[in-house]
Design a protein around this ligand. Structure first.
Ligand code: C2E
Ligand code: MG
Ligand code: MG
Length: 733
């Protein structure tokens, strides 16, 4: 399956780019649209209007000053300063805009120049005004002098009057600088000038008269000059120039506002696009989340649900049990398996097998109100956690209930199929509060219940864990297989009548580097419990088969027997493995025999029967070992496809003197003869036993009396002796 991940990366990059583009555009257009600051605009307009006001005020103050309504220059100075400060403020506001447009700059420069001109004129006005005040102060003294010199002289009477008029007019004009008074002053002055010109005056009168005329003329001219400044002031260009600047500013503002509107709409457009992109992504994320949570839900189901029965699976069961033990709850675990389930699978097919499992699952669901985790652990094995049960009697009753619930025929394809289960239980924490110990105990109890054909059983004590010695044994034994520390000894089976070696039994030994040769009784039970046996047995079969082939190749057909444990027999791969070994070694199958103990057969009689048939079909000989020690019924034994039956050593010991043993041996020999099965007497230790057996009809004998187990070289020697008819009883090994 191709991964979809690489496709997602360009998609993510694409969306990121779209997002960045939209966001960038929004930011760009928004900034642009903010180029017009409304507050600043309002301030600019108000400064423009303030300047207009200030300019008007300045002119008004100047008029008032000119006409003498204001006696001080301070208002004029203040008005001018105000105008200057406002102009500076306006310049500060406009200078960034002025930089952008040359026309604007031009108009602004004109306005600025007009303003400066105006300031200069104010200064000039002030100085003229000061001079006028001086002249005005000096004129009355001169007039007074002329009046005194001419007052009582008739020929100078006109001069006297004209001087007095000049004084009066000057005073009037100083009092009120109106045009009328100014004109009057001018007229009186002219009159005096003409009189002075037409009248011959002595020097002492002429000098003061001329002085009066000079001062009055100066006084009058200054007032005219002030008038001209005032006129110029009133028609100053500053007003128009400012007007132009304002018009430029408003045009600029209009243009900027128009553009800002466009930028604003663009920013709005991209904001919308951004919102759409974000919404689409949120939607996609939500979609992905919901898909993800659905995926997690399905993973959860896969992780905890059994796919065949829809019950919980082993993960769930062990988690639930773990939690229950952790919080210190008390209760029971029920472990059960369906008897002869392998037969159902093999005979009716896996689909029917699955159907049976489903039916059992459905029936078990009826217990859900009182159970916490009804689960299928593996194959045909189920487990139930029942919290609250605290006594053996309650557990026994519960097991009976489970058994009854399941043990109803199942209708499949319109056929009734009987199902039987073996259900065992263990109480916690009474048996143990350790999950591993509990499960090991239950497995052991189940094994024993099945061997005894019990339908239910309750564990009475815990099967404790392996101790450290056993753990180190595991490592050593595991290594022993790899390091080839295992070897075989062969114990012959002799013909009872002619003591010829008909077959040999392979017996495994462990050559331990420190402990020396270890007998099988000390390591095989452990190998069986730990599963190591399934590694050992193929090696033993292969070794025995190779040795058997050596005899076969020399024309000596001796059957090599190998002991097989129940675990080997129940392994689904065993038959295939055996076939592979035979193919690889090239030994005819009838020269290989498997010895299976009666008690091993009883662990799962039906399954064993099935396996034995498969092996038999391959042409391998089969033998029942230690017959008489197990619980196999005669009827069961009759159905077994075996070639040989080995009567256990316990019946052979003292057979010549013990009537009960003799009777058992005799009846067994008789039964085997009827069934066409060869009998072997195991553990013959004395000549008397051997002689008794020779008369019993038993076909083969095996025991220390005839031969101890031999290494292969010794066996070869022994065989050659018997082949050449030189049989003698040799106690070897
Ligand atoms: P078994 O198959 O019944 O083997 C016979 C055992 O009795 C052997 O013990 C043998 O040495 C012993 N024996 C034979 N004749 C006499 C006798 O006259 N008197 C006495 N007292 N004992 C006699 P061994 O070799 O210690 O084997 C013990 C058991 O270990 C075997 O019982 C067999 O069940 C198992 N075993 C041995 N080798 C293997 C093996 O390769 N694989 C498996 N699965 N089991 C094996
Ligand atoms: Mg044996
Ligand atoms: Mg035996």
């Amino acid at each position: 399956m191709r991964s979809k991940k690489p496709k997602n990366i360009p998609r993510v990059i694409f969306w990121l780019l779209v997002f960045a583009l939209c966001f960038g555009s929004v930011a760009f257009f928004y900034t642009k649209s903010q180029g017009i600051d409304q507050n600043r605009h309002a301030l600019t307009l108000s400064v423009f209007s303030d300047i207009e006001q200030a300019e008007k005020l300045q002119t008004a103050v100047m008029v008032e000053t000119r006409f003498g309504l204001l006696k001080s220059f301070d208002p004029l100075v203040e008005a001018t300063n105000e105008l200057l400060s406002l102009s500076n403020q306006l310049e500060g506001i406009l200078s960034p805009i002025v930089l952008q447009s040359s026309t604007f700059a031009n108009h602004w420069n004109i306005a600025r120049a007009s303003l400066e001109e105006k300031v200069r004129k104010v200064e000039h006005f002030k100085s003229l005004e000061a001079s006028l005040e001086n002249s005005n102060a000096y004129l009355p003294q001169v007039v007074e002098e002329v009046v005194e010199l001419t007052e009582y002289i008739d020929e100078y009477y006109q001069i006297y009057e004209a001087a007095e008029d000049l004084g009066t007019s000057a005073l009037k004009f100083a009092g009120e600088r109106s045009r009328r008074n100014q004109n009057e002053l001018s007229a009186v002055l002219k009159h005096l000038e003409s009189l002075a010109a037409s009248t011959p005056l002595p020097e002492e009168i002429l000098i003061p008269v001329e002085e009066a005329i000079v001062h009055a003329t100066l006084y009058y001219k200054l007032s005219l000059e002030l008038d001209s400044i005032l006129r110029g002031f009133q028609h100053e260009t500053l007003h128009e120039a400012l007007h132009q600047v304002k018009a430029d500013y408003l045009a600029w503002y209009e243009r900027k506002s128009g553009m800002a509107d466009q930028y604003r709409s663009m920013s709005f457009l991209f904001s919308l696009l951004l919102v759409v992109v974000v919404l689409v992504q949120i939607y996609r994320l939500g979609l992905a989340r919901s898909k993800e949570s659905e995926l997690f839900r399905q993973i959860g189901i896969l992780a905890y649900e059994d796919n065949v029965t829809s019950l919980m699976n082993r993960n769930y069961f062990f988690e639930a049990l773990g939690k229950s033990l952790k919080v210190g709850s008390s209760g029971a675990i029920v472990l059960m398996d369906i008897n002869r389930f392998r037969n159902v699978n093999q005979a009716l097919g896996q689909d029917i097998g699955d159907e049976v499992l489903r039916v059992v699952g459905t029936r078990l669901e009826a217990l859900s109100s009182e159970s916490q985790a009804i689960s299928r652990l593996e194959s045909n094995k189920f487990a139930i956690l029942v919290e609250g049960i605290a006594s053996v009697s309650a557990l026994t009753a519960h097991l009976a209930k489970v058994n009854k619930l399941i043990a109803e025929p199942v209708l499949i394809d319109q056929q009734f199929l009987d199902i039987e289960v073996t259900a065992v239980g263990a109480l916690f924490p009474q048996i143990s509060s350790d999950q591993k110990v509990l499960m090991r105990t239950l497995e052991d109890t189940l094994k024993q219940a099945k061997a005894r054909k019990l339908q239910t059983a309750v564990a009475i004590k815990a099967v404790e864990s392996f101790d450290t010695a056993q753990l180190s044994l595991y490592g050593e034994l595991n290594a022993a297989i790899k390091l080839e520390q295992l070897f075989l000894m062969y114990q012959p089976k002799f013909g009872c009548s002619n003591t010829e070696i008909k077959s040999v039994e392979a017996l495994v030994r462990w050559k331990h580097p420190e402990r020396g040769v270890v007998p099988p009784g000390e390591f095989l039970p452990f190998a069986e419990t730990t599963g190591l046996i399934s590694k050992m047995t193929p090696w033993i079969i292969k070794q025995a088969a190779k040795d058997a082939l050596k005899f076969h190749e020399k024309g000596q057909d001796i059957v090599f027997s190998v002991n097989i444990s129940a675990i080997d027999l129940m392994s689904p791969f065993f038959v295939v493995k055996v076939q592979d070994i035979l193919d690889e070694v090239g030994l005819p199958p009838h020269l290989l025999c498997f010895e299976v103990t009666e008690s091993a057969l009883m662990e799962d009689p039906d399954a064993c029967l099935n396996r034995l048939h498969l092996l038999k079909d391959k042409g391998i000989r089969l033998s029942i070992d230690d017959y008489g020690t197990g619980l196999a019924s005669l009827a069961y034994m009759r159905d077994l496809p075996v070639d040989e039956l080995k009567i256990d050593r316990s019946f052979i010991a003292g057979v010549n003197i013990q009537e009960r043993n003799a009777a058992i041996v005799q009846s067994t020999v008789q039964m085997c003869r009827d069934l066409g099965v060869q009998t072997v007497a195991e553990g013959v230790e004395t000549q008397e036993e051997f002689e008794w057996l020779q008369g019993s009809g038993c076909e083969l004998v095996q025991g220390f009396y005839l031969s101890r187990p031999l290494v292969f070289e010794q066996l070869k020697e022994k065989v050659s002796l018997t082949v050449f008819g030189e049989t003698e009883v040799n106690l070897v090994g």
